[in-house]
Ligand binder design. Structure first.
Ligand code: UDP
Length: 356
């Protein structure tokens, strides 16, 4: 570490460093804002620190995964502390005052909830469950409710509402994204902080340390439970999650942002909206893989829909939609364009609509 950094906190899995202002933060869009550096360690603890160990490469995986998830959430309108990835293990974040309330969101019964309510692990929950825990090492992070939060003055009612809303929104976004990676988001823990201006912002990390992730097909656990329960293959599980998420992340970056809170999401491009009033005829061409050809993107979407409960969905084909502005509506020429360039007739089907 350079001398200009001051350690402000060392936790079980991370070190927080203060860096002196003014900082050079090109490309973050948040020049001059107070910032911390988070260093992710390989150290692992469980059961309130009673079990300790090392998961080699965990710091790198958790840092890189958290960055991908924070970027995705920001694009979808959930504010986070993430500013920039500095190295494999280090992330630049906004300086926040951490709210000492951990928010756990659950879609499927597992861990402490399964025990507390006497449910078999893996039982889907009819409604998403949100829980609050008091972030206190001395007390062992006890489960608390809104009244406790109020009595202890840990957060205002408005702040707690905001945290719950953002946590549920994060659950939707992450659940969808992870389903595309063949992972079920069973449950996860979030932490929030306040900016100097009093805004509630998502903080901490999002990783296999803080999420339960089960393989959609095999049900295999690809998260910290492998360490907690001595299941073996811990490092491999963390690497597998990073590998799958990285593969999918390139696609998420191309997605249209869902918009900031309050903003109506923009209408998706549709055949109708693609008709600009230029007065010239248009051809709308639809290209999909032939039903005899394997469509991995379609299969991923189908898996994701089924994970979300849309079990009625059968085969899914993902394709291209192309709009051509023409001088005249000549179906033969459009058909030729499709065969020669727009579609590959060996593996793809196409059809087109022409308006005069
Ligand atoms: N969790 C966490 N930090 C904690 C406690 C829980 O990140 O200090 C995460 C955990 O990984 C799981 C979810 O929160 O994804 C719910 O955990 P649970 O209450 O079932 O506790 P556990 O079984 O881990 O004791």
């Amino acid at each position: 570490m350079t001398n200009s950094r001051r350690k402000v906190h060392e936790g079980k899995a991370k070190i927080v460093w203060e860096i002196p202002p003014p900082r050079d933060m090109p490309g973050t869009g948040r020049a001059q804002e107070p910032a911390f550096v988070i260093e992710f360690k390989d150290d692992a603890t469980a059961f309130d620190g009673r079990k300790r160990g090392l998961i080699e490469g965990k710091g790198r995986v958790n840092n890189l995964l958290s960055a991908i998830f924070f970027e995705l959430l920001e694009r979808e309108g959930v504010p986070t502390h993430y500013l920039k990835t500095l190295s494999d293990r280090e992330m630049l974040v906004r300086r926040l005052e951490i709210v000492p309330v951990e928010v756990v969101v659950r879609n499927v019964a597992a861990g402490s909830l399964a025990k507390r309510l006497g449910l078999a692990e893996g039982t889907p929950l009819a409604r998403t469950v949100v829980e609050f825990y008091y972030k206190s090492d001395e007390l062992g992070d006890p489960l608390i409710n809104r009244h406790h939060v109020r009595t202890l003055g840990l957060a205002t009612d408005e702040e707690l509402d905001r945290m719950e809303t953002l946590a549920l929104r994060a659950n939707d976004i992450l659940g969808r994204a992870l389903a595309e990676c063949g992972l079920r988001l069973i449950d996860f823990k979030l932490e929030f902080g306040r900016t100097d201006a009093g805004e509630i912002v998502l903080a901490d990390e999002i990783s296999p340390d803080t999420c339960r992730l089960w393989d959609v097909e095999s049900g295999e656990r690809l998260d910290k439970d492998r360490f907690r329960r001595d299941l073996g293959g811990v490092e491999e599980a963390y690497e597998e999650v990073l590998h799958r998420v990285r593969e999918a992340a390139a696609k998420w970056r191309d997605l249209r942002p869902g918009g900031r809170e309050g903003a109506e999401p923009a209408a998706p491009a549709s055949p109708a909206s693609a008709d600009a009033p230029s007065g010239r005829p248009r051809a709308r061409v639809f290209v999909t893989l032939k039903s005899t050809v394997l469509d991995p993107q379609g299969a991923a979407v189908r898996r994701a829909l089924q994970t979300l409960g849309y079990t009625e969905v059968g085969d899914v084909r993902v394709g291209k939609f192309i709009v051509l502005e023409l001088e005249e509506a000549d179906p033969e020429r459009v058909d030729e364009m499709c065969r020669r360039l727009l579609a590959n007739p060996v593996i793809e089907d196409y059809r087109f609509e022409l308006d005069e």
